[in-house]
Design a protein around this ligand. Structure first.
Ligand SMILES: [Cu+2]
Length: 123
């Protein structure tokens, strides 16, 4: 391939990548969000404790590796929450987030107090 063709190909690839970022905007329902953040829960922690995402649509995919039920709640986002996740099960939470640091908690009674908190930093 000639050098000019490579440059053209590279330019096209960059354009497509930029389009992909723009398409984070919710175009239609049922479309898969671009960012997926994986989180594990157990007694009494989230792993990782510091999540990072870009502004826009984020899917938090959470698995319960503990022995009892947990959930994942974002109090600052109108308490958007997974349902109670039984041991060994997983759940997902679709969010649209802006820049900032949002606290994440498990709101099963006593769990937040026991340290079951994390942060989602959007930047
Ligand atoms: Cu919990």
């Amino acid at each position: 391939m000639s050098k000019a063709a490579w440059v053209l190909l590279l330019t096209l690839t960059v354009s497509v990548a930029r389009l992909g970022v723009v398409m984070i905007q919710p175009a239609s329902s049922g479309q898969a969000p671009i960012q997926v953040v994986q989180v594990e829960m157990k007694e009494f922690t989230f792993t990782p404790k510091a999540l990072v995402a870009r502004p826009g649509q984020v899917k938090i995919s959470v698995v319960n590796k503990g022995m009892i039920e947990h959930n994942l709640v974002v109090p600052a986002l109108r308490n958007v929450t997974t349902k109670a996740v039984p041991p060994g099960k997983s759940a997902a939470l679709d969010l649209t987030v802006g820049p900032g640091t949002h606290q994440i908690v498990c709101d099963v009674p006593g769990h937040r107090e026991a340290g079951m908190v994390a942060t989602l930093t959007v930047r």
